[in-house]
Design a protein around this ligand. Structure first.
Ligand SMILES: Cc1cc2nc3c(=O)[nH]c(=O)nc-3n(C[C@H](O)[C@H](O)[C@H](O)COP(=O)(O)OP(=O)(O)OC[C@H]3O[C@@H](n4cnc5c(N)ncnc54)[C@H](O)[C@@H]3O)c2cc1C
Length: 439
């Protein structure tokens, strides 16, 4: 190195040439949860690891998970019943989950000083309730193993022969060589986070079968204005039915979140695929029961008591005693009711019965599912029979590993997606690390 304070051109050139001709044991493409876990694990076992990320920072999607709280996994410790959530992919996942299970996820994060808590429906979050802390844990894990991280670096192509990947090119005109490569570039959901399908395009060109992607875990849309007006409200216990041709086709109970485009929340997101299928056959209506545990007669009695208690008040000041104010006002203003300005004492029996029926049958048409921008997970991806799940390698290229959302695996919300990332990333990283000891 020369003595000048700043790196002179020649030194910089030498550094640059050395860096670029440096051979890594593995290059991980994509700094999402599966890529970070893989990189950290391979490095822990002694591998020289380079991680390339096209964004300015790693883990953009991870930071959004669980509304910023990160639903890290789902606390079902029996592999067999846990894997029931992965449909047709279940049979492929026994091997990786026998190497890194839900229990291992608990152990991993707790051993890295991130205690976890289990909430309703077995959903597991960091005790700190912050995705940032999950991110920090992974960064520390990679730093400990001296993973080289390059951000602002988009991989643009891979060079390969008919058996192996040889090198890759990036958007900064670098060519990197390595013994192993990992494609951890994610699926197509939420493309603003960086998951734009680059890896799927590379793999398709390389002869892998790629199943087309569609938004899968995604909110539902309606054009009905009064639903949009409820944006931001969560109703924690209701029943929703999806009706087609006057017949209830889907029935769910739980929490609903109203948004400026329709309805969301885990219950809705997990119903989206079924609703999408119904929509192909014709119009679908959502029917919400705000009081699923109270039948119409009992609710009617409750409303009678309420009207008696507030007999000289306007309905807009009465109904909010039992229903969130915004929802109550939207209901009272519905064209078939128009009761908001009417005093309780003037409500007729017919009006009261119609009101009670409406509260238990809030009906509005569903116009469709949201697009990739609002999707949590997209279906589609790499054909599973082309992946060796014992170590997450491609069956076509022996030194190419595939992890995370890039795989054609459907699953519900509730921590199952991130668990898939921890498992596939860890298994790939372990295999890469183990190869070193056999060199
Ligand atoms: C809003 C939202 C909330 C979610 N909440 C949860 C939750 O609480 N629990 C749960 O289990 N799952 C959740 N998920 C799903 C979960 O985030 C994903 O399953 C997970 O992030 C997938 O990880 P991955 O490593 O496969 O890919 P990603 O997280 O998509 O990361 C891929 C990375 O690769 C980079 N990349 C892409 N192409 C290139 C290239 N050519 N060169 C270099 N880098 C590239 C991208 O920029 C990105 O950083 C949520 C998803 C969303 C959108």
């Amino acid at each position: 190195m020369c003595n000048t304070e700043q790196l002179c051109y020649l030194c910089y050139y030498n550094y640059y040439m050395k860096e670029n001709s440096r051979k890594y044991d593995v290059i991980v493409i994509g700094g999402g949860p599966s890529g970070m876990m893989c990189a950290g694990r391979a490095a822990e076992l002694g591998a020289r690891v380079l991680l390339l990320e096209k964004n300015a920072s790693l883990g953009n999607k991870l930071m959004l998970t669980g509304g910023g709280r990160c639903n890290i996994t789902n606390a079902n410790f029996d592999n067999n019943s846990f894997l029931d959530n992965f449909g047709k992919a279940k049979k492929y996942l026994f091997s990786p989950f026998s190497q890194f299970s839900v229990q291992d996820t608990f152990n991993f994060f707790q051993n890295h000083n991130l205690p976890l808590v289990t909430e309703a429906r077995n959903r597991v979050f960091p005790k700190t309730q912050s995705s940032q802390d999950v991110f920090n844990t992974l960064i520390k894990y990679m730093k400990k193993g001296r993973v080289t991280i390059k951000t602002h670096t988009q991989v643009t192509s891979l060079k390969y022969n008919d058996k192996k990947v040889l090198s890759l090119n990036d958007s900064n005109h670098n060519n990197y060589k390595a013994d192993n490569f990992v494609i951890a570039t994610g699926g197509l959901a939420a493309p603003e986070t960086g998951a734009t399908g680059d890896g799927l395009n590379f793999l398709e060109k390389m002869g892998h079968k790629v199943h087309a992607s569609n938004p899968n875990l995604v909110p539902l849309k309606t054009e009905v204005k009064w639903i949009h007006n409820l944006s931001g409200i969560t109703w924690s216990f209701m029943k929703i039915r999806f009706v087609q041709n006057n017949k209830t086709q889907i029935r769910k109970t739980g929490k609903i979140l109203f948004t400026h485009f329709g309805i969301s929340g885990p219950l809705i997101i997990n119903s989206a695929n079924e609703v999408k299928k119904l929509l192909k056959n014709g119009p679908v209506e959502a029917v919400i029961d705000l009081f699923p545990d109270t039948d119409e007669k009992v609710l009617d009695k409750k409303i009678i008591k309420l009207l008696d208690k507030h007999f000289d008040k306007k309905m807009k000041n009465v109904l909010p005693e039992v229903i969130f104010k915004n929802i109550a006002l939207e209901i009272l203003n519905l064209p078939h009711l128009k009761l908001s300005e009417k005093e309780a004492k003037f409500i007729t029996k017919v009006e009261r019965k119609t009101l009670v029926h409406t509260i238990k049958n809030l009906t509005f048409p569903i116009s469709g599912t949201c697009g990739m921008d609002k999707a949590i997970v997209a279906d589609g991806g790499i054909e599973l029979s082309e992946v060796n799940f014992k170590n997450m390698t491609s069956r076509k290229y022996s030194n190419l590993y595939l992890t995370g959302d890039i795989l054609n695996i459907n699953r519900p919300s509730g921590g199952f997606s991130l668990q898939l990332c921890w498992t596939t990333g860890f298994v790939a990283g372990t295999d890469i690390g183990n190869k070193l000891s056999h060199k």
